[in-house]
Design a protein around this ligand. Structure first.
Ligand code: FAD
Length: 104
């Protein structure tokens, strides 16, 4: 008689397979490397809380929510463009941007 045991199969998805490519920038190499590294830590130590991966997913979700909002809300786009135009015209802001960009 063949007895089949029920076994719990745990598997991990990383990178594009986990849907981690950024929907806004299209970048996915960093997410693929980071998720691979985090999964390795998790396999070594099951108590590891995947903190870097969670942080990255949080940022990705925020960016994608903002993009969705902008896609469906032309008024929000107009308001943001208006604010950006005002900021660019502001001498103080312009000087700060120049200082920041010279440091990069
Ligand atoms: C045109 C283009 C430009 C991009 N430019 C950028 C960029 O500038 N910067 C950036 O950060 N990201 C960019 N990306 C996204 C980035 O390439 C991916 O997010 C990243 O490569 C994902 O890595 P991954 O390891 O998850 O998947 P992949 O790199 O796709 O690796 C998966 C591997 O698994 C293999 N495979 C699939 N099925 C099987 C199977 N059944 N058995 C065995 N092997 C299998 C595949 O052949 C592949 O080698 C770009 C993507 C594209 C398409």
């Amino acid at each position: 008689m063949i007895i089949r045991e029920l076994s719990l199969v745990i598997f991990f998805l990383a990178g594009d397979a986990a849907g981690l490519a950024n929907g806004v920038t299209g970048e996915g190499i960093y997410a693929a490397i980071l998720s691979g590294k985090e999964i390795a830590y998790k396999i070594i130590n099951p108590d590891y809380n995947l903190k870097e991966l969670k942080k990255m997913v949080k940022v990705k979700k925020m960016q994608e929510s903002a993009l969705t909002l902008l896609k469906h809300n032309k008024t929000a786009v107009k308001v943001i463009l208006f604010i950006v135009k005002k900021l660019i015209k502001n001498k103080f802001i312009r000087s700060k941007v120049i200082i920041l960009s010279s440091k990069i």
